[in-house]
Design a protein around this ligand. Structure first.
Ligand SMILES: C[S@@+](CC[C@H](N)C(=O)[O-])C[C@H]1O[C@@H](n2cnc3c(N)ncnc32)[C@H](O)[C@@H]1O
Length: 355
């Protein structure tokens, strides 16, 4: 399961919380102070992944007078689900709260020749690479430049077996791990970049499948001229940790319909293939908790940049929550998917009334 761009039309939601014993609170606080430290570490290296609403730019040459104000949110501890995102002022319905760029993203295998290999923007027909070819395309020189380092690493190896394995098994997350590994080898990110995110607890079945994937990834790199010291991080333990975080935190990217042509291809895609153009992992969007009647949603308009928008008026101090799944499903289906996919029993107001 991955979090998706689920539209919602449900009514009012307020923060639901339960009383926890002080001792439980203390142990949680200790656990999350580790994450708070990680967040601070990440703040400097990943500030570029968070951008602000309006037409402000964040260039270093800007004077403080013209600097954008930070987004109207803060990360804090909830009483029921670890960290969460809270409104630091009143937010109006429809407001763009912030945008975020991914730490790692990858097109779905069915979209790899029709979208930009970096930002997942749909390519005009003339710019698409041939399906039979091993090449990929970029929508702009900017995306090509931003991909250069990891793509130079990726090009050193032959990915046909790895991709075929993912295709046959219907796997999408190993593609994100492959891209992350290329980013680490090229020095663009550090191997612990996802450590800040909450991991899932893997089942034994998952662990044995994962061993196969990591062996395939290692064999693919070993066939290239990448030095073993550059690949030293790529252990079973690293792969398991990264996959456990991707499984809980990846978003499935469906671009908003921009044209009549998009509408037609989406209609065809829903019959022939997956409608999602790819998957991506972000820092801040991954800190939003779930509600079956959310007050914010995340949309992707033209590319992988996530836009977090208020679905209704939100009061200062209220927790901002998104819906991880299709909110139109019934109570039982939602509970099952949330438990199997994300490991929790939802007790939002809507679920409490079994709606
Ligand atoms: C994407 S993370 C959200 C941020 C997370 N709270 C953290 O501290 O990193 C998803 C995880 O948060 C927890 N979570 C999110 N929404 C929840 C809810 N409504 N009830 C209980 N746990 C929830 C679950 O453990 C879930 O797997």
């Amino acid at each position: 399961y991955s979090m998706g761009p689920w539209a919602t039309t449900y009514k009012l939601s307020v923060l639901s919380s339960s009383d926890f014993h002080t001792s439980q609170r203390m142990s949680r606080l200790a656990r999350y102070s580790f994450w708070a430290l990680q967040l601070r570490k990440l703040h400097s290296s990943h500030i570029a992944t968070l951008s602000f609403p309006s037409s402000f730019s964040t260039s270093a040459s800007q004077s403080t007078a013209t600097r954008p104000s930070p987004p109207p949110i803060h990360v804090g501890l909830t009483e029921y689900a670890g960290r969460g995102v809270f409104a630091s002022r009143r937010i109006s319905a429809g407001e763009l709260i912030h945008t975020a760029q991914p730490i790692v993203s990858h097109p779905s295998l069915s979209s790899v020749h029709t979208v930009c290999y970096f930002c997942l923007r749909k390519l005009p027909s003339s710019a698409r690479s041939l399906e039979a070819s091993q090449t990929v395309s970029f929508c702009s020189t900017q995306c090509e430049d931003q991909s250069k380092k990891f793509y130079d690493v990726e090009k050193k190896a032959d990915w046909s077996r790895f991709n075929e394995y993912c295709r046959l098994q219907g796997l999408k997350y190993p593609l994100l791990v492959k891209r992350l590994a290329c980013q680490v080898i090229s020095g663009v990110v550090s191997s612990d970049v996802l450590d800040i995110l909450q991991p899932e607890i893997p089942s034994s079945d998952r662990i044995s499948k994962m061993k196969k994937e990591v062996a395939l990834l290692n064999n693919t790199f070993e066939g290239s001229d990448i030095g073993s010291e550059q690949m030293a991080f790529l252990t079973e333990e690293w792969y398991a940790g990264v996959l456990a975080r991707i499984r809980i935190n990846a978003f499935r990217i469906e671009l908003a319909i921009g044209s009549y042509e998009d509408l037609l291809s989406l209609a065809a895609a829903s019959v022939e293939a997956e409608a999602a153009v790819g998957n991506a992992v972000y820092v801040l969007p991954s800190l939003y908790n779930h509600d079956c009647d959310p007050n914010v949603n995340i949309v992707w308009i033209e590319n992988v940049d996530a836009k977090v928008k208020a679905l209704r008026d939100i009061e200062e101090g209220e927790e901002l929550r998104i819906c991880y799944i299709d909110a139109s499903m019934d109570y039982k289906a939602r509970q099952t998917i949330l438990y199997e996919g994300f490991g929790f029993h939802c007790n939002c107001l809507r679920c409490a009334s079994k709606d």
